[in-house]
Design a protein around this ligand. Structure first.
Ligand SMILES: [Fe+2]
Length: 347
């Protein structure tokens, strides 16, 4: 894939002081640079992963990483061939982003994107804003970004056809959402069909489940901060909650995201979604909320269970799998009842 990962995100905001407090104390980012007009935050060894610039808020910009100068040139040609105008990032823009080279362009909905290579690594170690075990980035990129758009089909054609994103999966109810990957992260981008264009949310993945639980406690201490309650997603298997950023769009803080095999992956329509449990949220309408509740209830009533995704060092296997569960894990409750009745009758 020409795009390797979601490398950084930029937001325009008039609320820089609020972002300092929110970014460090609520999310756990490291404030790295601060001037009257710009903030940069670190999440790992890189100079920055998040930039907040003083300007009227809009959908910001997403920074997509490519391998090297040759890959960036391939992308320039591809954009030109598809009649997508692009401009080079100037020296000042490159310095702020801490990258060797980059270009800027827009998607068909007008959301701004950048493509770059050569991210600067800072010698000083990452120091989180509050005690967390760190963010899962690396080859998986910084997380994911989700745009609301009235033009899902048009945007999907752009991201798949021009930028080479891979479709992971999708659902149509209670609203249409499509998920796209550029690496092993289940999705680095999602598009949700809505009447307006906006950033819906940005996801940061933490290394340990307790980071998410403790962050949830921090967020719940502030009235109105939590926008979506703790829950688990059906497709990327993330256990997460969502908080309101100073500019209203949401930040999802999650743990346990799924890694996929990009070469083997086949996109499909999700039978459930978006959540296995939890994730109470405000939907665009009462009907959508009822529909979402009904889909979630069905996952519970069907006894849907999906494996927890763990990393070396953050789990201990505590006991042997339960024999009853091992024998019955693929069966529905009516099937288990029928098997039990059959066994009873045989005795
Ligand atoms: Fe998400």
């Amino acid at each position: 894939m020409i795009i390797k990962s979601l490398g950084y995100l930029g937001f325009n905001s008039e609320k820089l002081d609020e972002w300092v407090d929110f970014g460090t104390r609520v999310v756990g980012l490291q404030l790295y640079e601060r001037s009257d007009d710009v903030l940069t935050f670190r999440m790992d060894e890189r100079q920055q992963r998040i930039i907040v610039r003083r300007a009227p808020p809009d959908t910001g910009w997403s920074g997509w990483e490519v391998e090297d100068a040759a890959a960036l040139e391939v992308l320039r040609v591809r954009l030109t061939d598809n009649y997508v105008p692009w401009t080079e990032l100037d020296t000042q823009a490159l310095a702020l982003r801490g990258v060797c080279a980059g270009i800027s362009f827009s998607d068909p909905a007008g959301n701004r994107h950048e493509a770059f290579h050569g991210a600067n690594i800072v010698p000083a170690p990452f120091v989180p804003g509050r005690p967390i075990s760190g963010f899962r980035t690396g080859d998986h990129g910084l997380g994911h970004v989700v745009y609301q758009t009235p033009a899902l089909v048009k945007l999907q054609a752009f991201f798949e056809g021009v930028l080479g994103f891979g479709l992971s999966d999708y659902f149509y109810e209670p609203v249409s959402v499509a998920f796209f990957h550029v690496n092993a992260r289940h999705h680095s981008l999602a598009l949700a069909q809505t009447p307006n264009s906006a950033i819906h949310h940005v996801m940061f993945e933490l290394n340990q489940l307790d980071d998410v639980g403790q962050g949830y406690d921090v967020a719940r201490a502030e009235p109105g901060r939590v926008a979506v309650t703790l829950g688990r997603h059906i497709n990327d298997l993330m256990t997460s909650y969502y908080v309101r950023s100073p500019d209203g769009f949401l930040i999802e803080c999650g743990w346990g995201g799924r890694s996929i095999d990009v070469d083997e992956w086949e996109p499909f329509e999700l039978a459930y979604g978006p959540s296995l449990w939890g994730h109470d949220r405000e939907w665009p309408s009462k009907e959508a909320e009822q529909e979402a509740d009904a889909i979630r209830d069905k996952a519970r009533e069907d006894g849907l269970r999906l494996p927890v995704q763990v990393a070396k060092g953050n789990y201990n296997a505590g006991y042997e799998p339960l024999a009853w569960w091992e024998q019955n894990r693929r069966k529905s409750l009516p099937e288990i009842r029928a098997d039990a009745a059959e066994a009873d009758a045989a005795e």
